[in-house]
Each structure stands twice: as C-alpha cells, then as structure tokens.
Design a protein around this ligand. Structure first.
Ligand code: SF4
Length: 279
C-alpha cells in the first residue's frame, strides 16, 4: 500500500518525557508515524496521529537533522543532568525507511561520541542488527529491546500484518546476543502464543519483559478497546487471550525457564536500570 513520506527538520530531536516514561529524561523519535501500522498501536489514539488526519501506518515523516546540531542538543541536555533516552516512544526507529534514510544510525553515531547516561532502544525490526558496531560503543549504558509478542506467525499476521516476521526478530536477538550486546525480548503486548514460546525465547535472550493491553496501553485497556482489537480476537477464535489474566499464562511459562531476576512485568521492563548498567 502506498505510503505518504515527508521530510521535516524539527527544531529539536530530544523531547523531555512526561507520563508513563517518567524513568527517562528524554524520548527520541527519528520518525513520526510508523509504517508497521500495528492494529493495537496505542499511538493511533494520541494527538500525533489524530491531528495528522491520515490512517496510521500510511504516513511517515522523516526527521532530517544536522549531526552537529544534535550533538549540541545532547551536550546542553547533559549539562542539566543525567540524560536517559527512550528511543522510540511513538515510532519504530528501525522501520523500513531507515534502510535508506539512516536517521537512527546518524543519531547513534552522534551518541556513540557523546554518550547519554542510558539509551533504551525499542524496535521490532531485524534492521537493528545493522548498527551493532555503534551499539558496541554504548554497550555499558544500553538495552536493546526487541518486541516478540508471540511465536505464532498466523497470530502476528492477524494483528500486525506489516510488521517483520517473528523468525527474523528471533534471529536478530540471537545475533545481538552473539555480539555481546545487552538485549531483552519484549512480549508486549502479550498475544496468543504456544506452549513452546518460553523455550523459543530462552534460546535467544537472557532477559524478558511481559506487558499487555490492560497494564500497558496507558488507560487500563480502554484505548485498546476503542481500537476494536477484541473483534480481531473473535475473528481468529482467540477470545480467551483477550483478558487481563491472559498474561499470567505467558508469565508462568517464562518462570519455568528464566530465572525470576530476568523476568520483568509491564513498566519495570522498560525503565533504565538503577545502576545504569543492565545485568
Ligand atoms: S511498531 Fe510500534 S510504533 Fe509502530 S505501529 Fe507498531 S506499535 Fe506502533
């Protein structure tokens, strides 16, 4: 499907945080909009998407910038206190356009030279592996979180048809682990999965975090309800999984194979570690 792409140069790239990401000083979104267009994406209901007046997933604004400008922005922020960055809160930093635009990579190049106190990278794209060389320079203050909501491809296709296939994400996590980089799998939101899911994850990560619509959409599940996600569960015959207790099934399976210290639930899995370094 044709997407609308615009290039824009914002005055600043770092945004001071508010709300549920209060553990961070800033968010960093290399793009506005997101080509993955996940059905359950809570950003669909935020002003950034509502004011755009186009269907979520069909428009992307590319944030162009001068590296020196971003460097100065970073230096200024660091003078004011600890800089802990969540990249990204309302887009995927490794969506398909990043292959050619390299906005995320350029931001990382600056951060590798002028490191923030902590950087959290949230993506569902295997393209993240491309930047392993830069992550190496930040690895003592970094966590790369790759969304793996299920191990069942038919479920992924039903709820996020434009997102990367699950096997490619698992392979990316394996490669990042092999490179010695701090990673986690974010089972977020929990989608219907198989009994093998915990073992599948254990093969590629040592840390996992679990979240669901009811804890994680910022409105106790009402935002997800308004997106009509329940209907998709009805269509695919998985209504048992559309329930505030469903995450417990996945959590119990994870507890059978991961140590308790490496399992996080909801917000705690997305916060910077108290020590600044991920175990
Ligand atoms: S990848 Fe993230 S930001 Fe993009 S549509 Fe999916 S949930 Fe939303």
């Amino acid at each position: 499907m044709k997407k609308t792409i615009e290039h824009k140069t914002p005055k600043q790239l770092l945004t001071p945080t508010r709300g549920y990401l209060k553990g961070y000083s800033h968010t960093l979104n290399p793009y506005m909009g997101c080509a993955f267009g996940c059905s359950y994406c809570y950003v669909r209901r935020l002003p950034v998407a509502l004011f755009k007046g186009q269907e979520w997933g069909l428009w992307i604004d590319v944030k162009t910038f001068e590296k020196d400008r971003f460097r100065h922005e970073l230096i200024r922020a660091k003078k004011k206190g600890a800089v802990t960055i969540f990249m990204s809160s309302s887009t995927d930093p490794y969506q398909p356009l990043e292959h050619r635009e390299r906005i995320t990579r350029s931001l990382l190049e600056v951060m590798a030279e002028e490191p923030p106190d902590f950087l959290f990278v949230q993506t569902r794209s295997p393209l993240v592996v491309r930047d392993a060389d830069l992550f190496q320079k930040l690895k003592d203050r970094l966590l790369i979180s790759v969304t793996v909501e299920t191990d069942r491809e038919e479920i992924r296709k039903a709820l996020t048809p434009w997102a990367p296939p699950i096997p490619t994400r698992l392979k990316a996590l394996a490669q990042l682990k092999e490179a010695g980089l701090p990673t986690q799998a974010a089972v977020s939101p929990v989608l219907p999965s198989s009994e093998r899911f915990a073992d599948v994850l254990k093969a590629v990560v040592s840390r996992v975090t679990v979240d669901d619509y009811f804890m994680g959409d910022g409105s106790g599940g009402r935002r997800t309800e308004s997106l009509g996600i329940k209907k998709i569960y009805e269509q695919i015959g998985e209504t048992d999984w559309y329930d505030p207790s469903a995450y417990q099934t996945v959590l119990d399976r994870l507890r059978a194979v991961f140590p308790a210290s490496q399992i996080y639930v909801s917000l705690e899995g997305f916060l910077p570690p108290a020590s600044g370094t991920v175990d």
